[in-house]
Design a protein around this ligand. Structure first.
Ligand code: SAM
Length: 214
């Protein structure tokens, strides 16, 4: 039997979003600003990597203090500690557990828009050979995926003890509502936790459909 425990992590947890889309739209910008604020409050770092020099960040995001923007890719930055990087991967065999917070230092996410059905663009990161962990069977927005990872690895709440809301229906006006085909964390007010400004954006975008927006 192997009783060896992983060496406890030194330093803060780091969350990395590898930006994989050619653009950075309003939806992603709201998510990234929210991730930066929540990571800072939890004593963690947040890096947005592979951001082309030519990409103009929206002003509010560029001004977000807790966000570290990197032109380098995750592979370059963490080349010397690949085994300490965990890719959050909807196709991974094992689900994330609180003890993964001791084994890994860096949690890596695909900076891609949610889509329904999912196109498995996380495969672009999977092929780099990182160890993968799943956050359950349902697709989450990137900020939700990081929120859930933080609850598991920093707050040590098991994945199946987190309260979720699946496919929430948001009321746009008296006559219309729209369903978001993703999993969210349920807030203390009983509503899905979303980045500030997201609900207003969804209302504005309601006519365009939400299949390719998160
Ligand atoms: C909005 S999701 C995009 C998933 C996307 N549809 C795809 O093609 O892979 C953005 C990122 O959140 C993470 N993520 C979302 N749901 C997840 C889940 N159930 N398990 C593990 N990671 C998840 C992954 O890192 C993923 O790349």
């Amino acid at each position: 039997m192997n009783d060896e425990k992983p060496t406890p992590r030194e330093g803060p947890v780091t969350y990395v979003v590898e930006h994989l889309d050619p653009e950075l739209g309003t939806w992603s910008a709201l998510e990234y600003a929210c991730i930066a604020r929540e990571s800072q409050a939890a004593g963690a770092r947040f890096l947005l990597t592979s951001v082309p020099a030519s990409l103009q960040l929206p002003e509010h995001l560029a001004k977000t203090e807790a966000l570290e923007v990197e032109q380098r890719s995750v592979e370059e930055i963490f080349a010397d500690k690949k085994s300490k990087v965990c890719l959050l991967d909807p196709a991974a065999k094992l689900d994330l557990s609180p003890s993964d917070g001791d084994q890994f230092e860096v949690f890596l996410f695909g900076g891609i828009l949610g889509d329904d059905p999912p196109r498995d663009r996380t495969s672009e990161l999977r092929k780099k050979g990182y160890v993968g962990r799943r956050l359950g069977p349902k697709q989450m927005s990137t900020d939700t995926a990081i929120r859930v990872t933080r609850m598991v690895v920093q707050e040590k709440v098991p994945l199946d003890k987190i309260p979720y809301i699946d496919n929430p229906e948001l009321r746009i006006n008296e006559h219309e509502s729209t369903e978001l085909p993703f999993r969210y964390v349920k807030g203390s007010d009983g509503r899905p936790i979303m980045p500030e400004g997201m609900f207003d954006l969804i209302k504005k975008d309601a006519d365009r459909g939400v299949d390719d927006l998160l």
